[in-house]
Design a binder for this molecule. Sequence first.
Ligand code: AMP
Length: 183
Amino acid sequence: MNLILLGAPGAGKGTQAEVISKKHQLFHVSTGNLFRKALSEGNDIGQKAKSYMEKGELVPDEIVLQIVVENLPENSGYLFDGFPRNDSQAKALDEMLGRKGKKIDVVINIEVDPEFLLKRMMSRGRFDDNIETIKNRFNVYKTETSPLKLYYFDQKKLVNVDGNASIEEVTQSIEDVLETHSD
Ligand code: AMP
């Protein structure tokens, strides 16, 4: 099984991805985590990504796809979190999986009311969680990433989950979705 978690910045994708990937033995692919790791290790890709992350811009597709390709184990199901973030990344992912004889099975969109998103982000204390960057990330989400809902709706893969509830309740909603898709 291969999944994508979609949702605005602060929707809880990372938190849910940790829990769900462990439970279902899926390989967790978080491009944000991969960039932060690359940055802390001081390597080239981290340096390239940094200026975009600081501004809340999308890192160019070429760099994103490179870090994904380099971090995709062969014999595993995947849980993508924070990737894809635009149409061309989604198409590239479909192709990449197609070449491996795999596909995305379900896309879970975690919907959270805007007033909660900001609160959640401000409590994380990440280097790119300042107000200007956050505003830009919301804009980028709206214009570039949220159209992916339609992309996956058209493929009949999109399922919406209410992300306003507690962490445990949201996990349970995701589990319910996965159960109906497991066969
Ligand atoms: P995240 O941890 O998913 O919130 O990502 C943090 C930052 O990393 C984003 O604001 C982007 O600058 C960059 N980033 C992460 N994933 C992607 C992606 N799939 N495409 C472009 N930029 C990304």
